[in-house]
Design a protein around this ligand. Sequence first.
Ligand code: ZN
Length: 426
Amino acid sequence: MSIETPAATTASITINGDRLWQSLMQLAEIGAYDDAASGLTGINRQSLTDEDGDGRRLVIGWMKEAGLEVTVDQMGNIFGRREGTDPDASPVMAGSHIDTVATAGAFDGCLGVLGALEVIRSLNDAGLQTRRPIVIAAWTEEEGVRFGTDMLGSAVAAGRLTLDYAYDLTDKAGLRFGDELERIGFKGERSVRLEAPHAYVEAHIEQGPVLQQKGLTLGVVSGVQAISWQKVTLHGRAAHAGTTPTELRVDAGLAAAQIIVHVRAMVNSGRYGQLRATVGHVRTSPGLPSVVPDLAEITVDLRNPDDALMAEAEADLELFLAELPQTQPGLRVETKRMAKTTAVPFSDEIQDAIAAAADDLGHETIRLMSGAGHDAQEMAAITPTAMIFIRGQYDGISHNPREYSTPEDCTAGITVLAKTLQKLSA
Ligand SMILES: [Zn+2]
């Protein structure tokens, strides 16, 4: 056999869509359960469970088969590295997570990790080298369902949260994150503070209906919107529904309804840009048909791609809540902050690289903000970052066994990932 000349790094590669699909389906068998609500097979592979350990070992096995050097850091984040031709160049990183919520499908997170793996396998098949190393990352506890903080692994790696904070988190059974990490054998030695890579790219199922409605396969994600969660508790006075005159009531349920209507009016006013407002939790007490509720508890979820407009929306809500007791003297309003993150704009340069790769491959794309949190927003703090959204089916339902992206769409998205990584690592 003759010695081949090294192929040009810009040569385009074809990814093996069947192999990608097989890998997705094989990983999905770990943590599979019969989901009664949907009649489908769901996946429950929460972070640092035995199932997560099995999933990690499967993926690491595949990384090693693909010739990657695998390291695990103190948070259990997994890195698979393929060397480049320039030993001094910082790597291009791609990845996502393989932990799931309790009622998951096969794509959320896994598509980003196994997609990056498929890019490496395809580069190997084609005998292609890159100048920069390519590193695949699989982040720990992205979902936050078990230990209560999402993007945990990437947040510690990027420096927003400390290792001690993460280790001391406990699950519902009181088990410590640090102990569980050790128990499943993934408390690694590699220092958790990540040296900034050259760039970070994450492919992810959209988890929303926009691409499907627009008839597009792929989207370029321009950032993650700001999120504000509050719990609002309204204290009224219990009273008999038949005997208490209306003007003498302090109806906590009425106040809750006023807030629900007000936040929608805030959205409809157009004053707060692309504000979204949701009251997803409502509970009244005593919860009886014949008693005026003395207590109502609601959550208010506000989202906005613009931090300044978000602040104005929050100020509007605060003023409304302050004045609400004037409508019913005796009403008391209590608020508790549950979560707050600022908007994270992604790198224009990386977005453009993704858009150009998609365009070269004949895919029309749009730019859209992510409504959900992703590891990419943590990485954006230390390196130029952007994401590729891949169309989901059934209005983009996610965190549900019905979550689905077609093999064709997965192949298209990961082909764009491949081209983007090739370009960034050239
Ligand atoms: Zn995810």
